[in-house]
Design a binder for this molecule. Structure first.
Ligand SMILES: C[S@@+](CC[C@H](N)C(=O)[O-])C[C@H]1O[C@@H](n2cnc3c(N)ncnc32)[C@H](O)[C@@H]1O
Length: 278
């Protein structure tokens, strides 16, 4: 067996151990990506190989949590894929407005930019105070950052452009206060948001949602884990509700597909039909 083969065995054993000890299930993450991130973590760690690391990772929770922070991909931005947000504004918001109160779930929200973007959009569309937004992630460190709502000021120009392209109706600067090198997002946006830990690989659904967003998360998962997530979202969504995926993700070839129709090709916004749920 080559050193690489042994390393692959060690990684599999480690992921199995992490699942058993901490309940975090990375066994169905896309192999190349998780392997790359674990090897990067190992190279920066004091351990020579995964067998040595495993003894500590399975016994020392803080070490495991620090590693967790390094192996999830948390890249995000305000109004990421602006045309997606434009489509939400034009096609999903009119539906949301027909309800006295709406429930939204951002699964895999990272540092919260997607949820804050949605809050801005909902405020501009007159839905302030009429929604509850659940923003969840497996990684508690990014959730803490999300709850603080502080962004680097250097990103504001790019975010302003995204906001304008997404059909923003005001000035993006209305939503933050600049303080030295940071932009502090308005507390009013956070009022109806709940940030909470949730692991898509093992935790349960959120009931009676009108809108579920899970963008750029399942791209790191193998088919069985994708199927689990899509089933969770299907169980969470009310009939007529909307499921939004990332631009490189799609519902096709997965089981709940027959119950959904994409709003327009390429939007990655799927509407659940009102038919019988089996
Ligand atoms: C690339 S970010 C996507 C952020 C945002 N949705 C967006 O599109 O900009 C992927 C997020 O998924 C989270 N994630 C990875 N595995 C997860 C799991 N099993 N359950 C919940 N979140 C997970 C990561 O921690 C990370 O914050």
């Amino acid at each position: 067996m080559s050193t690489d083969d042994i390393r692959d065995v060690e990684i599999r054993l480690l992921l199995e151990g992490i699942h058993r000890v901490y309940g975090y299930d990375f066994r169905d993450y896309a192999e190349a990506s998780i392997k790359r991130r674990l090897c990067h973590w190992l190279a920066e760690s004091p351990f020579d190989n995964f067998s040595m690391a495993q003894a500590h990772l399975l016994r020392e929770r803080p070490l495991f949590e620090a590693m967790l922070g390094g192996i999830t991909v948390n890249v995000t931005e305000m109004f990421r894929d602006p045309l997606f947000f434009k489509a939400v504004r034009e096609h999903v918001v009119p539906f949301l407005k027909t309800y006295p109160f709406v429930k939204i779930w951002h699964a895999g929200c990272a540092t919260g930019e997607e949820a804050y973007s949605m809050a801005i959009l909902l405020h501009e569309e007159g839905l302030a105070g009429r929604y509850r937004m659940y923003a969840t992630d497996i990684n508690e460190t990014v959730l803490q950052q999300a709850a603080e709502g502080v962004l680097p000021i250097a990103d504001m120009q790019r975010y302003t452009r995204n906001y304008q392209k997404s059909g923003g109706k005001a000035s993006f600067a209305d939503y933050y206060t600049a303080r030295y090198d940071r932009a502090i997002l308005s507390a009013a946006l956070r009022k109806d948001m709940v940030f909470a830990p949730h692991n898509l690989a093992v935790d349960a659904e959120f009931g009676e949602m009108h809108l579920v967003l899970c963008r750029n998360v399942m791209i790191y998962f193998k088919a069985p884990l994708k199927d689990r997530c899509l089933q969770l979202f299907d169980d969470s969504l009310l009939p007529g509700g909307f499921l939004c995926l990332g631009m490189k993700e799609s519902l096709e070839r997965h089981r709940p597909h027959e119950r959904y129709a994409e709003l327009a090709p390429g939007t990655r916004i799927y509407r659940k039909n009102y038919g019988r749920v089996d």
